[in-house]
Design a protein around this ligand. Structure first.
Ligand code: SF4
Length: 961
């Protein structure tokens, strides 16, 4: 952790003193006079355009304290920025925030340098004859825009790929997805594809919504904490506050399952090491003991779960002996884990990318869900699946639909989904449809790419390199826009280099140049556009627990950077659709959409997930009154937001006027729906194989329907006689959509939701969770060996999938697994995060406070492997993957990883196969720390449902460099 400050208590008093206009301590005086290091750096960073205030003047103008939210991980820690005459001079963690309670990790403590960073991209640039040349924004938008319109004319809109970001705020994310729609493509995506897409798909298809069910704070109530494939001590450090509170207060055992003994494992009561890529086998091994001993919650299963019998049949084969053969974990240990979970309820299950980034990642996430369903740990405080998201707004960008398979709010791409958003946008459906390219489908019928999933970010390189004859779009991708995306967070970087070189145009929009600026050997056709950070603009951001927070603007955009929504507006103007695009949105000026107005537009359409009740006014009220919220329940106790849950975690049903408080724990039937209670969603019909899919005689508190029920439609209100509760305006809005066929998702008035909740029913129905997802390739989650496996003895019993085409692209499985690479590449390679850095690491490796902490890219290898290979700790080694990519890194010899397993962090970039690329960055914009990307050595492999990339279980060989 960084230590730049005096004790928190003392500093806190200092801020309060300033706010009340009282006396000023010595540090405040120094800060005000511009004599601190931070003050001088800030002035330097503005290019000298800001004049240092004299001491007397600065003291007279009290330092402003402005609240924002950390832009790194999804915990959502409040940052209090101290701003003096427009210069960001200092920062403190928010003490009132229920999420961070005055704590920050190293990354959060260093965000001022993220904004003021001297290594930022300072003005638009393009590469001309191999040199970076400064250009104006006007020239950049003109040249890029003309080039894109030419490509659109020649090859169709799908030949331009719009890759967005989890770094957008909600308003920018929403505009970005809408922008792709107006451009006429579904080739739009963001980081969620490669971090938690298998979670979203697995969880949403089990019980309704694809998100963390409870919250960091609710873990205070957990009696056991089961963490698998997650390392929150490094990836979500402040979350440890909440986990350790449960450990200390409730004596809750912490069980950590991970192939690597992580810093989180160091806090565990029980550490379970297992072979990478065997999560399903491990979980079924635990469940085997639960079923064997009758420790499951039979009544919960009977009333709220469908398909558990089919799970029992699969679990029966996972005897302790078979589990040990596949996972390497002794049966006796898993019996102890099962006993602990059974005797400490409710327990929570936490997972991250160790579970999700696999070719069978959706099987893993569903197995975790089934474990919780079997234990009856769902829909209860202290239980749930606490799925820690990655970037600060990856939850929000997912919800707002920056994805190639859906529109905002998970509406999908069907005609009905487009009709819904067309109504919200006030758009002419024919105009919108004409923006997209038509194709012949597999049966030779006319179809539109409007209704076809686009290429996911994990596969964009195949969109460029694959012969269009083999794809489901007419032409290859010719222009790539990487907007807030680190390419080194993706696998197959050698092929990515080739793809970047094949493009007509590469556009990078980011506060930092990123590895996209240097990975390729292009001499022309590359543009770098400086985006502002979230500290230079304002708007809403969704934390992992579904709470939405409001950031205020800390400073004006630095250098020549522009906020994302302004850049979107520039392109909309260039492409000639700005008038239509912003028709319902107020503009602060011709190129600045008003953020609150954008919030209100998505409020008016996001009925599916309840992003409708959180108006800008309510969000700001919560932020201003953080201190009134209980630190465990997240509910305001008195004050202006009395009864609301902090940040109104979605679903926050109905209109803002309805004042729904938000839903702190999903599917918790102990509360009325009007007060944040919920049932499992009726999303999969009402009957399956003759079985009732609706809940059996159970319902949320106060429900007037005392049994399971389907999702609400206008027809259902009429059948119940509740339609008379609608106002005339609501009735008119419902009739304007589809009359009796209008449902809770498409009613733009919110009347159906309001009336359902008036009778304490969940608008989306009351159903069973499904343990078996019959629409997925593996309805019952099963173990499948990784594509690159060194356990050839298991391939016959647990083969991967057959090769198939989906998301427009042919995708290989069996054809890779058929070949044995394990003799030449005997070591399992996995990857993960470090506390000092975030994502691809460009921002954090450009931050002097963080760069100082971790300067070398490394590979962790086991002592026995190192000795057998003649590798000494600290030596340089080559790590080479079976597809030919190799990296030269420092060896860290450690028992953190087991024998036969190697680990590399994924935040490094700027070296490529042993060659330092520093000279290729624009002058002064190279990160302080460069290093090899693990993903240069990482290989092919994609989840069978979502195209998530496999980064946790491939093979490599290691040799002395
Ligand atoms: Fe909090 Fe995460 Fe930021 Fe660290 S990185 S301060 S845990 S939000």
């Amino acid at each position: 952790m960084l230590k730049r400050k005096t004790t928190g208590a003392a500093r806190r008093a200092s801020i309060e003193t300033q706010q009340s206009g009282g006396t000023i301590d010595r540090r405040t005086f120094l800060r005000g006079s511009g004599l601190t290091i931070g003050g001088l750096t800030a002035i330097a960073a503005t290019g000298g355009t800001v004049t240092a205030a004299n001491a007397q003047g600065a003291i007279a103008n009290a330092v402003q304290n402005i609240k924002s939210v950390c832009t790194h991980c999804s915990v959502g820690c409040t940052v209090v920025a101290e701003v003096d005459n427009g210069v960001w001079t200092g920062q403190e963690p928010g003490w009132d925030s229920p999420f961070n309670l005055g704590a920050h990790c190293a990354k959060g403590a260093a965000v001022r340098e993220h904004a003021h960073g001297e290594r930022r991209l300072k003005y638009p640039m393009k590469k001309e004859n191999g040199e970076w040349v400064r250009i104006s924004w006007e020239q950049a938008i003109d040249e890029i825009g003309d080039g894109m319109m030419n490509i659109r004319e020649e090859s169709g809109p799908d030949s331009v790929y719009w890759l967005g970001s989890a770094k957008h705020n909600n308003e920018q994310a929403y505009l970005f997805r809408k922008f792709a729609a107006y451009w006429g493509t579904n080739n739009v995506d963001h980081q969620a594809r490669i971090c938690h897409s298998t979670t979203v798909a697995g969880v949403a298809n089990t019980w309704g919504y694809g998100a963390m069910t409870n919250s960091y704070n609710d873990m205070h109530n957990s009696r056991a904490i089961f963490i698998i494939g997650g390392n929150p001590a490094e990836a979500h450090p402040v979350s440890l506050l909440h986990i350790l509170k449960a450990k200390e207060q409730n004596n809750a055992p912490v069980i950590v399952c991970d192939p690597r003994f992580t810093r989180t494992a160091a806090h565990a009561d029980e550490y379970v090491r297992f072979r990478p890529g065997t999560d399903v086998a491990l979980v079924w091994g635990i469940l085997w003991h639960i079923f064997e001993n009758g420790w499951e919650d039979e009544e919960f299963i009977r009333t709220r779960v469908w398909g558990m019998d089919q799970i029992r049949d699969e679990v029966a084969r996972w005897t302790p002996e078979e589990v040990e053969r596949v996972t390497g974990t002794p049966g006796s240990q898993l019996r102890r884990v099962a006993f602990t979970l059974a005797n400490n309820r409710p327990g929570t299950v936490v997972w991250c990318m160790g579970g999700t980034q696999h070719t069978n990642g959706n099987n893993n996430t569903r197995a975790y869900c089934v474990l919780q369903l079997a234990l009856g740990n769902m829909g209860t405080s202290g239980g749930g699946t606490n799925i820690f998201r990655g970037h600060d707004n990856v939850q929000g960008a997912t919800d707002l639909g920056v994805l190639s398979h859906t529109l905002p709010g998970y509406y999908g791409l069907s005609a009905g989904a487009w009709a819904h958003w067309g109504r919200v946008w006030g758009e002419d459906p024919e105009w919108l449809a004409a923006r997209f390219q038509g194709i012949k489908d597999a049966d030779g019928n006319d179809a539109s790419l409007m209704n076809k999933t686009g290429i996911p970010v994990s596969r964009w390189i195949d969109g460029v390199l694959e012969d269009p004859e083999n794809t489901d779009q007419p032409n290859a991708v010719r222009a790539m826009v990487l907007w807030g995306h680190a390419p080194n967070s993706q696998t197959r970087m050698k092929e990515m280099k080739t793809a970047m070189e094949k493009l007509d145009m590469l556009v990078v929009i980011d506060p930092y140049p990123t590895v996209s600026a240097v990975l390729h050997d292009r001499t022309d056709g590359v543009y770098l556009l400086p985006a502002s950070t979230q500290f230079e603009t304002y708007g809403s951001v969704t934390a992992s627990n579904r709470s939405i927070q409001w950031r205020d603007q800390v400073v004006e955009p630095l250098f020549e950077s522009l906020p994302d929504h302004v850049i979107i507006a520039k392109f909309a103007n260039k492409f000639g659709f700005a008038d239509r695009f912003f028709r319902n949105i107020e503009m602060d000026d011709a190129e600045t959409p008003n953020i609150e107005s954008v919030t209100r537009e998505f409020n008016s359409g996001m009925w599916t997930v309840g992003y409708t009740g959180q108006s800008p006014e309510r969000l700001k009220l919560h932020m201003a009154n953080q201190h009134t919220f209980d630190k465990t329940t997240l509910q305001a106790v008195g004050g202006p937001a009395d009864g609301d849950y902090y940040g109104m975690p979605w679903p926050c049903w109905g209109t803002p006027e309805m004042r729904h408080p938000g839903t702190p724990n999903l599917y918790d039937m102990s509360k009325p729906v009007s007060q944040g209670g919920l049932t499992f969603r009726a999303r999969f019909g009402v009957e399956r194989d003759g079985d009732n899919l609706l809940a059996e005689g159970v319902y949320s508190a106060g429900s007037e329907i005392q049994d399971g029920y389907p999702e609400f439609t206008m027809q259902m209100l009429m059948d119940l006689g509740w339609d008379s509760d609608l106002t005339a305006d609501e009735r008119a809005a419902i009739d304007a959509v589809a009359g009796p066929g209008t449902n809770w998702k498409t009613d733009l008035s919110g009347g159906i939701q309001r009336v359902a909740i008036k009778h304490e029913c969940a608008p989306f129905g009351n159903a069973k969770a499904r343990a078996v997802v019959w629409t997925f390739p593996d309805p019952v989650p099963i173990h499948r060996e990784p594509l690159y496996t060194n356990r050839r003895d298991l391939v016959a019993d647990y083969p991967t999938y057959e090769d198939r085409k989906f998301y427009r692209l042919p995708t290989m499985y069996a054809s890779i697994q058929a070949k044995d690479f394990s003799t030449e590449y005997p070591i399992i390679l996995t990857s993960g995060r470090l506390v000092e850095y975030e994502g691809g690491g460009d921002e954090t490796r450009s931050n002097p406070w963080l760069a100082e902490l971790q300067q070398d890219m490394f590979v962790e290898m086991n002592v026995r492997d190192a000795n057998n290979l003649g590798v000494r700790d600290g030596a340089q080694v080559w790590v080479e993957g079976p597809e030919g990519g190799k990296v030269k890194v420092m060896a860290m010899v450690t028992d953190r990883v087991g024998e036969g397993v190697a680990f590399m962090p994924f935040h490094f970039g700027g070296h490529f196969e042993g060659v330092d690329q520093r000279s290729k960055y624009p002058d002064g914009a190279d990160p302080y720390v460069l290093g090899e990307s693990t993903n240069t050595a990482q290989t092919y492999g994609y989840d069978s449902v979502t195209q998530m990339q496999e980064t946790k279980a491939t093979l490599c060989k290691i040799s002395v460099a």
